[in-house]
Structure formats: structure tokens, C-alpha cells
Design a protein around this ligand. Structure first.
Ligand code: NAD
Length: 261
């Protein structure tokens, strides 16, 4: 799989899945425009990969539109857009759980703006660019949390579900323009974002035990999925929601330990 002559604009590229994907794309010959809210992480990525970087807070309405325009001006073309950024609201860094009746507007709105509206705005802005180029690929980082319910993070569940279906709408509307649009649905992946959940007492052991493969995923394992979807190897894949979760959501509710012996 090579990306020689291809360009990638990726959000949330400073850490975790986004960082691994940016590194993988650059290592296979592509040029990367990396966006993140975290300046130091961007600087370190640029040192490692030669990526051009954009400091962008995608929780601000309109930032995604501006980012695509700036990256297009810098790169000359955008072959792949990977909408990946997400983080907790700055005032809620501990990731407090809240059942539906306790959802506060601030958290709900932040989830939707960063996780969904920014995805829509970047997609809306990149489509005419890709049409003019003769095609392109959009990859969205969704989640198994968009397919199934988690306890206490309803805003995140609703947002990721919307990302999955927005991916499908984009795919069917622009398939005839040679634009493919797919998302992938990570399970529990060992990143800075996921580490915040591990602070909940008992969660780490119970979560590991629930995964048939018996471990959390690595960012590089998600990057491999993203890069496949971005590549010509996925030339007939569009509108897909590719699950990569170590078997977590393939199973019934029967605890894994009774089936694995
Ligand atoms: N880690 C998991 O278990 C898991 C599971 C399913 C889906 N995901 C999704 O994967 C994606 C990447 O998350 P990750 O696990 O690699 O986490 P991460 O924290 O390692 O990376 C997320 C990146 O997004 C950036 N970011 C946060 N807020 C931003 C903002 N306002 N504007 C711009 N950038 C911002 C962060 O600085 C960070 O570099 C997210 O969409 C997340 O929802 C993660």
C-alpha cells in the first residue's frame, strides 16, 4: 500500500489513532497536513514525519471550514480527508458519567460540535475540491459507541451514531463523483482519550475481560484500518462502517470467560 503523490488532511493528528495514521501515511510516501488543538503534539509529529501542521480548535464553529481551505491552499489538493479529532470538553477532563436525565447542555453541545458538526463542515468544504480533482476519499473515525449503548455517555453515543449515518449519506450522494466515504468503528483502543475511562474503579479489568482477544487495541491497529480505507485497495468500498474491536461487539451478552474456557 503506497500513497506516493497523495495528500492527507487529518484532524486530531497529535495523538493516538490520528498520530499513528499520519505517521503511516507519510511512511508510505504521502504528504500530510496535520491538524490538532495541541501545539506541542503537532510540533513533535512534524519533526517525525515532515507533516505541515495547522493548529485548529474544531470545537469552534467554522474552524473545520477554515481548516480545509487553509490545507487546500497549502497542499494544492486533498486526496484524503480523515475526520478523527475528539476530546472531552476542557471543563470536564475527568470524563464524568451522566445518565440521560443528567446530561448537561454544555457537554451535549461540545460533543456534537467537535464530533459531528466539524465533520459535516469539513466534508461539505472538501467535496467541491475533490470533485474538481476528479475524486477523493473521506474517512471518519466513528466508534462501536455509535452502534451500541454505553452507560453514562449518551451524548457521545448519539454523536458517533450520527457520524456513521452521515458517512453513508455522503457515500451514496458522491459515489458518482469518484468520492468514497467510509468510517471505522474502533473498540477500546489504548490512547490518551481511552486512558481517561480507565480511572473508573474496576473498569480496566472488566473491559479487558469483555474483549474476546483479551486486550485493548493499539493506535497503529486502527491506523491500518484507516489507511486501507484511504487506499486504492478499498476501491470498491464506500458507505461502510468497518468494525475493529477485537471481537467485542461480535458476541452475545454471555461473558467471554464462559466461552473461552
Ligand atoms: N480510544 C478509543 O478507545 C476510541 C474508541 C472509539 C473511537 N475513538 C475515536 O478515535 C478518535 C481519536 O481518538 P483517540 O482515541 O486517538 O484519542 P487521543 O486523545 O489520543 O487523540 C485525539 C486527538 O484529538 C485532539 N483534539 C481534541 N480536541 C480537539 C479539538 N477541539 N480540536 C482539534 N483537535 C482536538 C487531541 O488533542 C488529540 O491529539 C476520536 O474520534 C475518538 O472518538 C476512540
Amino acid at each position: 500500500m503506497r500513497f506516493d503523490g497523495k495528500t492527507l488532511l487529518i484532524t486530531g493528528a497529535g495523538s493516538g489513532i490520528g498520530r499513528a495514521t499520519a505517521i503511516g501515511f507519510a511512511a508510505r510516501g504521502g504528504r500530510v497536513a496535520a491538524a490538532d488543538v495541541n501545539v506541542e503534539q503537532l510540533r513533535s509529529l512534524a519533526d517525525e514525519t515532515g507533516a505541515i501542521t495547522f493548529v485548529s480548535d474544531l470545537s469552534q464553529n467554522g474552524a473545520a471550514d477554515a481548516l480545509v481551505a487553509d490545507a487546500h491552499a497549502a497542499l494544492g489538493r486533498i486526496d484524503v480527508l480523515h475526520n478523527n479529532a475528539f476530546g472531552l470538553p476542557p471543563t470536564l477532563q475527568q470524563g464524568r458519567l451522566a445518565k440521560v436525565a443528567d446530561i448537561v447542555d454544555e457537554v451535549w453541545n461540545y460533543n456534537l460540535q467537535l464530533g459531528l458538526t466539524a465533520v459535516m463542515q469539513a466534508t461539505r468544504r472538501v467535496i467541491p475540491i475533490m470533485q474538481a480533482q476528479g475524486g477523493g476519499v473521506i474517512v471518519n473515525t466513528a466508534s462501536i459507541s455509535g452502534q451500541f449503548a454505553d452507560f453514562g455517555i449518551g451524548a457521545y453515543n448519539a454523536m458517533k451514531a450520527a457520524v456513521i449515518n452521515f458517512t453513508k449519506v455522503t457515500a451514496i450522494e458522491y459515489a458518482s463523483d469518484n468520492i468514497r466515504c467510509n468510517c471505522f468503528c474502533p473498540g477500546m483502543i489504548d490512547t490518551a482519550l481511552f486512558q481517561k475511562s480507565l480511572g473508573i474503579p474496576g473498569f480496566a479489568d472488566a473491559a479487558t475481560a469483555a474483549v474476546p482477544m483479551g486486550r485493548f487495541g493499539k493506535p497503529e491497529e486502527m491506523a491500518n484500518v484507516a489507511l486501507f480505507l484511504a487506499s486504492d485497495l478499498a476501491s470498491y468500498v464506500t458507505g461502510a462502517a468497518f468494525v475493529a474491536d477485537g471481537g467485542l461487539t461480535a458476541q452475545t451478552g454471555v461473558p467471554t470467560r464462559f466461552r473461552n474456557g
